[in-house]
Design a protein around this ligand. Structure first.
Ligand code: AMP
Length: 423
């Protein structure tokens, strides 16, 4: 059975707050009604901290990972602020939410629609990889809230499909990931187009020096809120490692899924080809899976995610880029088929499980050549991950050596990293 938010109160210090109801945050009836309809009982810590500040018009810098309820912490006060405002003019938006990936953008739009069920604001989402014309049409009469990825937003601006003269609020979501993906120039360009007099909200899983530098140039005297200590995984995620030869990883994964009757497993591979190969292997083993990565069309990705959420497919195989923003309620199992090159990605990946207080399990299949990556991860999360073994699986000896020329401790250059994320 999956335990929930409420059951794990005592362990969830970080995500729990003393604020016991949404009513006390000053939100209006239409929003409270939507929250109740959605079944949320009390605000999460980030919501309790950020909502009153944002409603007060302050600029906010929030350190919060996905899974803490951060989307609602800006979506609710934004929707509240729009309740008594007149509609935007043609090709204008009152609120701009900038986010790194299409999946995250679509997810934020879905959240806005959920929380804004009884609010009549117009929302739109724009991202690359799909035809620009329907997006232009959508913006023609103006929208109150625009969710966008940077490149497509700039294209629309250049084509005069969007202007920001009426903009009141700017949200930069997952700022750390934006920088990792090499969006810094696009972000600065977008900001240069916005009115100086606006409310700015910056959300990031971590506040690195780069983020602070960026923040300095876009926010004036922000109030800082934080709910997750730097680079720690939620307390409700149990983590384990299986040491296994690379060539046996697929067999072990298929064994673990069948043996433990896992339903809804999110698996991470390092490359698109790895994801495809694994999908083929699992298909032969009779396990229904699908891959999402940069080579798949947007509609194929959306369909795979929808089928996964509806339990039509049991296993979703993703590369890091495709995984951003995946919001799957109470996902019980995340598997690192390959360890990520960048240790911080481990925290992002396993953040897909144990969301909003649910119990989750994160498993990593680690071959000998990944030993250094594992060390770097353990150092980052300041925790040794338990090594597990599996009785009825025949492990072969793994005598692969780590490539001595490969220095995994050094982060790849920005350019390399942005290429890596395109995989
Ligand atoms: P986020 O961190 O915004 O990606 O949200 C993570 C998950 O938590 C989403 O599935 C939300 O629907 C859920 N969530 C957000 N706020 C609450 C709340 N107050 N109570 C329970 N679940 C929540």
């Amino acid at each position: 059975m999956i335990k929930t938010f409420e059951d794990k109160k005592e362990e969830q210090v970080e995500t729990h707050s003393d604020v016991t109801s949404f009513d006390s945050l000053g939100l209006s009836e239409p929003l409270l009604k939507a929250i109740a309809y959605h079944g949320y009982k009390k605000p999460s810590a980030i919501q309790a901290k950020a909502i009153p500040l944002i409603m007060n018009g302050e600029d906010v810098m929030a350190a919060a990972q996905t899974g803490t309820g951060k989307t609602a912490s800006f979506a609710l006060p934004i929707l509240e602020s729009l309740l008594n405002k007149r509609q935007s003019s043609q090709r204008q938006a009152r609120v701009l939410i900038l986010t790194p990936t299409r999946e995250l953008a679509a997810q934020i739009l879905a959240s806005l629609e959920t929380y804004g069920k009884y609010v009549s604001s117009r929302t739109a989402v724009v991202f690359g990889g799909v035809n620009i014309n329907p997006q232009k049409n959508k913006l023609k009469n103006g929208v109150e809230i625009l969710v966008a990825t940077p490149g497509r937003l700039l294209d629309l601006y250049r084509q005069k499909a969007i202007r920001f003269d009426e903009l009141d609020t700017f949200v930069l979501d997952e700022a750390d990931r934006m920088l990792d993906m090499g969006f810094i120039h696009d972000i600065r360009k977008v900001i240069s187009l916005l009115p100086k007099n606006r409310q700015t909200l910056l959300f990031s899983a971590t506040f690195s020096n780069d983020i602070r530098k960026l923040a300095k140039s876009i926010i004036k005297n922000p109030t800082e809120v934080s709910v997750t200590p730097r680079n720690t995984a939620a307390a409700t995620i149990s983590q384990a490692v299986y040491n296994v030869k690379k060539s046996q990883k697929s067999a072990l994964l298929s064994h673990l899924i069948s043996q433990h009757s896992w339903e809804q497993v999110l698996v991470f591979t390092k490359t698109k080809h790895g994801a495809n190969r694994l999908t083929d292997y699992l298909k032969v083993a009779g396990l229904k899976s699908m891959a999402i990565h940069g080579n798949k069309s947007q509609s194929a990705r959306t369909k795979a995610l929808a089928d996964f959420k509806k339990n039509k497919i049991r296993i979703l195989i993703a590369t890091d880029i495709a995984s951003r923003g995946l919001d799957i309620d109470q996902l019980p199992h995340v598997v690192n088929y390959d360890l990520p090159y960048v240790a911080e990605d481990y925290v992002h990946r396993i953040g897909r499980t144990g969301r909003a207080g649910a119990i989750g399990e994160a498993i990593s299949l680690v071959s000998a050549d990944e030993a250094k990556l594992l060390k770097a991860i353990q150092r980052l999360i300041k925790q040794e991950i338990e090594i597990k073994t599996c009785k009825n699986f025949k492990f072969e000896k793994d005598d692969t050596k780590q490539n001595p020329n490969q220095n995994f401790f050094r982060k790849p250059s920005k350019k390399k990293r942005s290429n890596y994320y395109k995989r």
